[in-house]
Design a protein around this ligand. Sequence first.
Ligand code: MD6
Ligand code: FE
Length: 206
Amino acid sequence: MMTRVAIAPGVILWRERFSKTEQQTLLNDVLARIKQAPFYRPVMPGSGKSFSVEESNFGPLGWISDKTGYRYQATHPVTGAAWPEMPALLIDLWREIADAPDAQCCLVNLYRQGARMGLHQDKDEKALSAPVVSVSLGDEALFRIGGETRRGPTRGVELASGDVVMFGGAARLAYHGIDRIKQGSSSLVPGGGRINLTLRRVTQTD
Ligand code: MD6
Ligand code: FE
């Protein structure tokens, strides 16, 4: 049964928003598209240090990171091809909960053994009035969320397969990250690990 949990002002968590069957359908949709737009390993701007996650994107715009910076672009940085279409289940989810024009980017993060994501803000979008919606598949993760400054109190929340988190309003620019993955806690993802799908509106639409 899905339960809606208020984590902090502007942050909503729906536990098991997607059933086991829906998770499998969504995963199949994701993996079919990954054949067209394979995971690549981004590097940090400046340092060129590799991310521990691998990434790809779906939808008209993809979020990428390379030595020159973070940006949105319509093509895969390695293959040069347009990103695959967004899975229908994700378009429907966004329309149901986001109260904003359609999402333009679905960033796909793959966490294999030992991968994590440092505290960051999602702030490369012009559409800061639209929320960010994120879906978890596979292994459980310890998600960390704080406030609008890097320092200050944070709170840890376990995210499991099928869970959906939405950040909006007061929390749109909250710092957040993934401390660690509980390797082997789910058998959904072939080869093990966790996939996170983050949906965003990028351009402003006034
Ligand atoms: C992750 N999520 O769950 C990374 N960003 O793997 C995010 O970076 C994120 O979950 C914005 C809003 C919700 C999120
Ligand atoms: Fe984020």
